[in-house]
Ligand binder design. Structure first.
Ligand code: NAD
Length: 495
């Protein structure tokens, strides 16, 4: 038996429960169907065959979940930080113990290659450990003495919060948002994306089996405009942590206005990788290829614009095209696969439409630019590189969110900066140069929340994560996450 066949067998074992029993909501410690009894189908992007019937929650389900979260909050907020720490570490241990199951289910549900999903599951555990270790100090503040007065500042959890997540790397992203909320002492109602609901169900189960009290973490599946909207409007939900598209963020802001919701947004990107002639071109090419073609390019931090100094433009883009054309597209459970099927036919249609847009705009398709054959006949597209692009083209400005890279030349530093910054987004930027002074000048002026110099995206969890401009509001990581999930209060004593 090959490793691929072995993987297929294991996946079927892990998916059997979903095929048989579907995906239920989870409210107040109980697995429950939607109040309406309605379900929707989650399909596999590999072959478009239904994987599970999923509870289609709406306003009634959200109301129950919010009430459960409110009830659980009074006890959860009082649990000493050291105990919360222990519990969150237990959740991390349980994630590690079930990492294979999580990664196989995620891989089939999202189309992401198993080689990346195994790491994503373990990163989910790391997220829990990271915030667990900070739970004890989350409330610490400061004492400020002045003439006749002592000010004591501290933080307290804001209350029950809503977490709304997208379909790309849903397991890892959900842990990144939920772990700090729990560590801060908040209770949670999670609304996962409708295209990829399976691992959110595993996650809440894992947490309760590890000892998380009932009602602390609730799960409501459903459509964004229905369950998602109800969550953002619910008066008992004090804040919304949202990861997704900018236009959904705008809707959430409007929906949450009546109840004055605090919001934290991680949104889209059109992130540049800027390559100067003086950089290590082999490393730069590897990183550029990795940052757009790994995770199917369905990654908010992917470098989807390649800006190359004109003296090396032809040679460098040829290098990238050659590497891209060799990338293995295939079944996500095949250990050799790098690019699996895109999440859903709706998204595949969007990505394919940009191939026509590129042609009509006059760009050259250096490699890819069409659907790929893949086992099961699902949403496979070829890793694609557009060259001869100009800055005004839609392929240079809009987030395509697939394995699709747009390359443009630049003359000098000033033009590189102008091109990099002239988009609505500002999530990440990647810079390749051996000139340190130039790197300092550029990074000081690049409009991006996160920049990497001579490196692909390597995360250090205590560092802030988030975007500027239309790429987000607020920061995650370290203490920034706690600032969002907590209120800072001050008490002044006359002395
Ligand atoms: P999306 O905005 O369509 O959906 C995200 C979530 O919002 C889903 O759970 C959806 O059901 C819900 N939703 C939709 N309408 C809603 C409404 N009116 N009220 C409340 N909730 C609603 O995004 P997507 O297509 O699932 O994800 C892809 C997007 O996410 C891309 O733009 C990507 O760049 C972005 N993203 C950003 C980051 C980051 O860290 N900056 C990380 C991952 C993904």
């Amino acid at each position: 038996m090959t490793a691929f066949e072995d993987n297929l067998g294991k996946a079927e074992t892990y998916l059997a429960r979903f095929r048989e029993h579907g995906v239920l909501n989870h409210i107040g410690g109980e697995a429950v169907p939607a109040v309406s009894g309605e379900t929707f189908q989650s399909i596999s992007p590999v072959d478009l065959i239904p994987l599970a019937d999923v509870a289609k929650g709406g306003a009634d389900d959200v109301d129950r979940a919010a009430k459960a979260a409110k009830e659980a909050f009074s006890e959860w907020r009082e649990m000493p930080g050291a105990e919360r720490k222990k519990l969150l570490h237990k959740i991390a241990d349980a994630i590690v113990a079930r990492a294979e199951e999580i990664s196989f289910v995620e891989s089939v549900d999202t189309g992401q290659a198993i080689r990346f999903m195994s790491k994503a599951a373990l990163r989910g555990a790391e997220n829990f450990r990271f915030f667990a270790d900070r739970a004890s100090e989350a409330r610490d503040g400061q004492a400020l003495r002045t003439e006749g007065q002592l000010n004591i500042t501290s933080r307290r959890p804001i209350g029950p919060v809503g977490i709304i997540t997208p379909w790309n790397t849903p397991f890892m992203l959900s842990t990144w948002k939920i772990a700090p909320a729990l560590a801060a002492g908040c209770t949670v109602v999670h609304k996962p994306a409708e295209f990829s609901p399976l691992t959110a169900r595993l996650l809440v189960e894992i947490a309760e089996e590890a000892g998380l009290p009932k009602g602390v973490w609730n799960l409501v599946n459903g459509m964004g405009e229905d369950a998602g909207k109800a969550l953002t409007e619910h008066p008992d939900i004090k804040a919304i942590g949202f990861v997704g598209e900018g236009r959904t963020g705008s809707m959430i802001m409007a929906q949450g206005a009546a109840t004055l919701k605090r919001v934290h947004f991680e949104l889209g990107g059109k992130n540049p990788v800027i390559v100067f002639a003086d950089s290590d071109l082999e490393r730069a090419a590897d990183a550029a290829v990795f940052m757009i073609y790994s995770l199917n390019g369905e990654r908010c931090t992917s470098s989807s614009r390649l800006l190359v100094e004109d003296s090396i433009y032809d040679a460098f883009t040829a290098k990238v095209a050659e590497r891209a054309s060799r990338i293995k597209v295939g079944h996500p459970l095949d250990p050799d696969t790098v690019v699996g099927p895109l999440i859903h036919p709706v998204h595949e249609k969007k990505v394919l439409s940009y191939f026509d847009i590129a042609r009509s705009e006059g760009a050259t398709i250096a490699t890819g630019g069409e659907k790929a054959d893949g086992p099961g006949g699902g949403c496979y597209v070829k890793p694609t590189l557009f060259t001869d692009a100009t800055h005004s083209m839609r392929i240079s400005k809009e987030e395509i969110f697939g394995p699709v890279l747009t390359a443009m030349p630049f003359r000098d530093e000033a033009e590189a900066l102008a091109l990099a910054n002239d988009v609505e987004y500002g999530l990440t930027a990647y810079l390749w140069t051996s000139d340190l002074t130039r790197a300092l000048r550029m990074t000081d002026r690049l409009e991006a929340g996160m920049m990497w110099v001579n490196s692909e995206n390597i995360r250090h969890l205590p560092a802030p994560f988030g975007g500027v401009k239309n790429s987000g509001i607020g920061r995650d990581g370290g203490d920034w996450s706690f600032d969002f999930y907590m209120e800072t209060v001050n008490m002044a004593f006359a002395t």
